[in-house]
Write a protein that binds this ligand. Structure first.
Ligand SMILES: C[S@@+](CC[C@H](N)C(=O)[O-])C[C@H]1O[C@@H](n2cnc3c(N)ncnc32)[C@H](O)[C@@H]1O
Length: 245
């Protein structure tokens, strides 16, 4: 990837809010903001991969001081252009290693953003970086999907996400390396355009071990932001680890 903005450069940023419109719906955003505002309390919140401010802006409107880290200038420019966007501090850099000033009551990654780190070493580094920026007793929150491996019979490595006469989206899995990619093909003006984003999927137990390695202890795990129980049928989870005092 040559683009310094990574996989969320100008082309993706230009249509990000529109193409993720369902994730901007109040019934998706508000429960997340409720949880994060409660965890922030009177302290500050740090969003790793703040993007265009889907969660940061409504959280800031609740009176929480929010700071973000992101490597994409293009995504952050969209945040800046929104009402209230200029009041949110952003540090440009890799959230596995980049530090913001000061400490935070809550550090969070939502919408599968932990999977944008495509190696285990980077994901562990991210836990370390988050822990280092938390106050004692502060919390790291991660919202992430589980891999759809139950839809893969032996010999198959593709899960279709969407098909129409002009666009196709599919996830490609490599269970040997725990890597996957989301792939999009779209016909525009009679020509096919292809885009692929790499991920590393990660299991809840593995995340718990990464947390433990960096002095964090699991406080809660839910199937979603409305705190529903996490079960063997859950498709993803919201997990909260606290920094051991
Ligand atoms: C799926 S988007 C989520 C954006 C926002 N949190 C939301 O919920 O809409 C992932 C964001 O993380 C950023 N990102 C991905 N990998 C990163 C990294 N290693 N360091 C910093 N930012 C990264 C991308 O630029 C993008 O803005």
């Amino acid at each position: 990837m040559d683009d310094p903005d990574g996989y969320f450069g100008e082309r993706v940023a230009a249509t990000y809010d529109e193409s993720s419109a369902e994730m901007f719906e109040p019934d998706v955003v508000e429960p997340a903001v409720d949880v994060l505002a409660e965890l922030a309390g009177d302290g500050r919140a740090l969003e790793l991969g703040i993007g265009t401010g889907r969660i940061a802006l409504p959280l800031a409107r609740r009176g929480v001081v929010v700071h973000g880290i992101d490597l994409s200038h293009a995504m952050v420019a969209r945040l800046r252009a929104k009402p209230g966007g200029d009041a949110i501090g952003v540090t440009i850099g890799d959230f596995a290693t980049t530090r913001a000033d000061g400490t935070f009551s809550v550090v969070y990654l939502v919408f599968n953003t932990i999977m944008n780190l495509t190696t285990q070493a980077e994901q562990v580094a991210c836990f370390g970086n988050a822990a280092a920026q938390l106050e004692p007793g502060g919390c790291l929150v991660i919202e992430v999907a589980l891999p759809d491996l139950r839809r893969l019979p032996p010999g198959q490595n593709v899960v279709p996400l969407h098909t129409s006469s002009t666009s196709w989206a599919f996830d490609l899995y490599d269970v040997a390396t725990q890597t996957m990619s989301s792939n999009y093909v779209e016909v525009i003006d009679g020509r096919g355009e292809y885009r692929s984003i790499p991920f590393r999927y990660v299991w809840p137990a593995e995340l718990d071990l990464m947390a433990r390695l960096r002095g964090l202890r699991l406080r809660a795990r839910w199937a979603g932001w409305t705190r529903e129980p996490f079960t063997s049928e859950s498709r993803g989870h919201v997990s909260i680890w606290e920094k051991v005092e």
